[in-house]
Design a protein around this ligand. Structure first.
Ligand code: ADP
Length: 486
């Protein structure tokens, strides 16, 4: 029998064990998609307090222990083993000194001060764990700055296998390390150069992954182009251009077992393209849940927003445009949490326009499903968007996306009458300039289409018909793995 290719995915969060954002969705669902395609897959992540508390009984100590040099001092850790799914091993690196505390990267709005030490330890331990796994991986897939050290550490250890692939989910998080903490990285001086991990006098763990991996992926074709420009590169556009030959953009997939209006247990009524009656029920239930005057609001388009309230997500643009949006007869419902500044901006908007704008500040997975299902339009005005999942959920739920034409948003939404004059197969509305007036124009076009029920229904049907499941993207990843091994 031919040995299956084995891919180990190292990530700082993996759904359902621990999650703060889209990375966990990807790290949790890609391994399942890879094993459906006949590969062996496994994941490795830190044993955070929340993982041990909520899933600890599913993991066992392997007996493998590590003593890791951390800038001259020794830190001890161990390897635990469990399963993400039947036949799909999940490994945890345990080190209570670093991971037995609340919060993955920070707590109550403050970053943990020792994130350099924590994730350097994690990467060094992963390298030491490799010979002790069920089988030695052929490919080690690292994700974002937290695992950026894996590639240089593999090179330093002279490992022929596994080959290193690095996936950038968000280039805005550079993983910066000040000079006084440099020793924790465990890299000799030859790595601390401009063509190595050096970044304007500091070190960047993201750059470490970019420079030393054999292949580089980001999560959409458009974002792959944007990160090579000064506007989108966060100071690493030069490095990205330098490494362009090993670089590809692959869209994230959606887990339709979790996001499917025909089976969703979180929503007021299920529905499908063949029977859309449940969609209207979802809208009424959402209006009631948020306290809208249903008689006034039911006939108007309801526009939802779900996401982190940070500068990246462009909430300020929505706030600036709000008055015009309400004048167009469109109501707004916002679910989000993030930076105080934007949370306050949302509260202020809801207070000023109590009839037109309702908000929920917090992280609530079930409510995210209800907002996506109950809205007619979903607004995503991001400054930049590596891939974005919410617009893909919206399409499946018959909620028309209104998005800024950047990154994955640009790749997954077809602008009404953009490429084809009939607009028959188009799936949403896009705008280009990061300006309120551009956003307002897109919302106006959406409201006009909404007032033509047949045309609007045709757009909804086209969107629900789109397929962003993992299988296509997993095949693209596999092609890259095969190339790295040949
Ligand atoms: P990012 O990874 O940049 O945050 P994505 O669109 O790729 O953006 O993924 C965001 C994920 O997090 C989606 O699954 C979305 O539903 C979820 N999400 C974001 N904010 C919230 C919230 N306040 N409550 C519930 N889910 C949220």
């Amino acid at each position: 029998m031919v040995k299956k290719m084995h891919v180990l995915i190292a990530a700082s969060e993996v759904r359902p064990l621990a999650q703060t954002g889209g990375l966990a969705d990807v790290a949790g669902s890609l391994p399942l998609a890879l094993s459906r395609q006949g590969l062996a897959a496994s994941i490795i992540m830190p044993a955070y307090q929340t993982v041990l508390q909520n899933h600890g009984s599913a993991f066992e100590e392997t007996g493998v222990v590590f003593a890791i040099d951390q800038a001259g001092e020794e830190a001890a850790g161990s390897l635990l083993r469990g399963e993400l799914a039947p036949g799909l091993p999940a490994y945890l690196i345990r080190c209570d000194q670093y991971f037995d505390r609340p919060g993955l990267y920070g707590f109550q709005g403050l970053e943990h001060a020792d994130n350099t030490e924590r994730f350097s330890f994690f990467c060094k331990a992963v390298i030491k764990a490799l010979p002790h796994l069920d089988e030695t991986p052929d490919i080690l897939m690292a994700n974002d700055w937290q695992t950026g050290l894996l590639a240089p550490l593999s090179r330093l250890a002279g490992l022929e296998r596994p080959r290193n692939v690095f996936v950038i989910h968000n280039q805005g998080y550079l993983g910066l390390v000040p000079p006084e903490k440099r020793d924790f990285l465990g890299l000799p001086d030859s790595f601390h150069r401009l063509d190595g991990v050096e970044y304007f006098g500091q070190s960047s763990l993201l750059k470490a992954g970019i420079v030393y991996s054999q292949a580089l992926v980001t999560v959409s074709p458009s974002y792959a182009k944007e990160v090579q420009t000064p506007e989108g590169g966060h100071g690493l556009d030069g490095a990205m251009r330098h490494h362009a030959a090993k670089f590809a953009g692959i869209l994230n997939g959606v887990d339709y077992d979790v996001w499917n209006p025909a089976t969703d247990r979180h929503i007021a009524a299920t529905y499908s393209p063949a029977d859309m009656r449940g969609k209207a029920e979802c809208k009424n239930a959402l209006l009631a849940e948020f306290g809208f005057d249903i008689r006034a609001a039911a006939a108007k388009p309801l526009m939802g927003m779900v996401g982190r309230l940070t500068a990246q997500k462009g909430f300020s643009l929505a706030a600036e445009a709000a008055e015009d949006i309400f004048r167009l007869g469109v109501n707004l419902v916002v679910l989000g949490s993030g930076e105080d500044f934007y949370e306050d901006m949302a509260r202020d908007l809801a207070a000023r326009y109590p009839e037109n704008c309702k908000i929920f500040i917090g992280y609530n997975d079930a409510l995210a499903h209800r907002v996506v299902a109950g809205s007619d339009l979903i607004l995503i005005p991001s400054m930049y968007e590596p891939c974005g999942l919410v617009q893909m959920y919206a399409l499946k739920y018959g909620s028309v996306p209104v998005v800024r034409a950047v990154g994955g948003l640009n790749d997954t939404v077809r602008d009404f009458a953009g490429a084809n004059p009939s607009g028959l197969w188009d799936t949403g509305f896009k705008f280009s300039q990061f300006q309120a007036k551009a956003l307002i124009l897109a919302v106006r076009r959406a409201a006009e289409l909404y007032s033509r029920p047949e045309a609007f229904a045709a757009m909804i049907a086209a969107g629900m018909n789109e397929d962003f499941s993992w299988d296509n993207s997993a095949r693209e990843y596999i092609r890259i793995f095969e190339k790295m091994l040949s």
